[in-house]
Write a protein that binds this ligand. Structure first.
Ligand code: G3I
Length: 479
């Protein structure tokens, strides 16, 4: 296992740091590079880390961060050693910050901001207006009340973090997938019409004039109907003076949908509109050379576009990825550098490019006995699966967690053993979005295999409904 030593760089106070961040945001690419290198002088990892290699190219290299993991030394050490920027993975979303109207919870976001500032990292704010992770009260509002609530949310959140955020994803995922080029149905779209996007950007500019304002989306990485719809919106905004500074391309790839051949050309056409472009949530399902080659294409494509200001990967380690079974990141579950890490460093121009890292992935283990698990109904109730194995028997008791329009949580408590394996068969077309407190593997798209990861016997999962709310069946086995 790699051991990282923390940079010993006491940072200025939060207020002093704000001034530095404004200077970075307003500076040229060269200035950003100079500051990035200066900030790491004397560090044991001043040369060769992703953040510094990118800074030498006038770019940042960042990662999504979860506040809940900052207490894990290995996580924080890897974060601090490798990355020059952070994006809170969930902590600045509406359902965390304003779960109840006009009552703001900045605690988890502040935790990430404080950590990032202590390490001279840039911070991307994610996200102000999004149809998902939106508390129920928002969708219950009338049009005029919703307009006020949206403006108030943007203003309150951006004012709280004023001067501290390099770029905000002001509006996230407002367009439909597929060829229609239409806006996605959401409380904002349905009640306020397409003009809500423009209003959001204007409100954001007024709240923090020094933050870069981005539109962020997925499946827009190549030239296609969806990216062209976004392109036309940005072109219109630029023509009419609607404030927009950047477009974020999430960059979630997999073997069926790899980095497209026109990736660089797509970034360039947006840059030619007069906006910065950023890769904002990159992860690539897979492993080995295939995964590494996709990462290389992303980094080289960004470096070839002068207005591509940085790349963010969607997590520090495979084990905490929102799709950990896909092993999509640069460090494996043990914080080992993967072939993809080496490829990124080489593409950034400061690594030897040698591979030799190992990719994460665990086997689904052995089990015996037959399942007696039952599922229970739709959106409420309990379910349990019990099976005897060579190490005794165990039970997985399942209860309903939070629910949203598009997804629902289930909480699982395992009893009878600490050496368990729980297999969940997910009814199609439902899909596991994320898990917590387990080591998760996915033998196929409709199956989750959960094992203890040292966090105890209480764990859970978030399931994307895709039109169905039938619970999975759960089977508990011991070994
Ligand atoms: O961690 C908590 C746990 O402590 C709690 O007990 C449990 C029950 O409420 O919830 C857990 O939170 C989950 C969280 O992930 C952390 O794992 C949420 O339920 C779950 O909804 C959330 O999923 C996030 C997902 O967005 C929601 O849509 C993922 O972490 C996050 O990576 C993902 O990020 C999105 C971007 O914001 C936008 N682009 C797509 C990207 C991937 O879906």
């Amino acid at each position: 296992m790699i051991s990282y030593s923390l940079r010993n760089r006491p940072g200025p106070s939060r207020r002093r740091r704000s001034g530095l961040r404004i200077a970075i945001a307003a500076g040229t690419a060269g200035a950003v590079a100079a500051i990035g290198l200066m900030a790491t002088a004397g560090s044991a990892h001043a040369v060769g880390t992703l953040g510094n290699a990118a800074a030498a190219q006038g770019r940042y290299f960042g990662t999504a961060v979860a506040a809940g993991h900052l207490g894990e030394t290995a996580y924080t050490n890897a974060l601090d050693a490798e990355f020059g920027a952070v994006t809170p993975e969930n902590e600045m979303k509406w359902d965390t910050i304003e779960a109840n109207q006009n009552s703001f919870n900045f605690g988890p976001g502040d935790q990430i901001v404080a950590h990032a500032q202590s390490q001279n990292m840039k911070i991307r704010g994610h996200t102000l207006v999004w149809y998902s992770q939106l508390p129920g009260w928002v969708s219950g509002l009338s049009a005029s009340a919703l307009q006020s609530a949206m403006n108030n949310h943007i203003t309150q959140v951006m004012t709280h973090y004023k001067g501290e955020i390099y770029a905000w994803d002001v509006v996230n995922e407002a367009f439909q997938d597929g060829g229609s080029g239409a806006r996605r149905s959401s409380p904002f779209q349905d009640k306020l019409g397409s003009g809500y996007i423009e209003t959001a950007f204007r409100t954001a500019r007024a709240a923090d004039p020094n933050a870069k304002l981005c539109y962020n989306d997925y499946n827009t990485d190549g030239v296609n109907a969806k990216s062209t719809a976004v392109y036309n919106m940005v072109k219109d905004f630029k023509a009419r003076g609607v404030p927009i500074d950047c477009v974020g391309f999430q960059g979630h790839f997999n073997p069926q949908s790899p980095v497209p051949g026109d990736f660089q050309a797509n970034l360039q056409r947006f840059a030619d509109l007069g906006v910065d472009v950023q890769m904002t949530e990159v992860d690539v399902a897979g492993s080995g050379t295939a995964q590494a080659n996709n990462y290389t294409t992303i980094v080289k494509g960004c470096l070839a576009v002068s207005r591509c200001t940085g790349i963010t990967v969607w997590g520090v380690t495979d084990k905490y990825s929102w799709r950990s079974g896909d092993t999509p990141l640069l460090l494996d579950g043990n914080y080992q550098k993967k072939a993809s890490y080496n490829a990124v460093l080489a593409a950034l121009g400061s690594g030897g490019g040698t591979s030799g890292g190992t990719s994460a992935g665990t086997s689904s283990g052995t089990s015996s006995g037959t399942s007696s698990g039952t599922s229970a109904g739709t959106s409420s109730g309990t379910s349990s699966g019990t099976t005897g194995g060579t190490g005794g028997s165990c039970t997985a008791a399942v209860t309903a967690g939070s629910q949203w329009s598009d997804r629902y949580n289930l909480n699982v408590t395992v009893s009878g053993s600490t050496n368990w394996t729980v297999t969940a068969n997910i009814p199609y077309p439902e899909k596991v979005l994320s898990t917590w407190n387990i080591s998760a593997t996915y033998p196929n798209a409709q199956q989750l295999v959960a094992k203890p990861n040292g966090s105890g016997n209480n764990w859970g999962l978030t399931i994307q409904k895709n039109g169905s709310t039938t619970w999975p069946t759960f089977t508990c086995t011991t070994s």
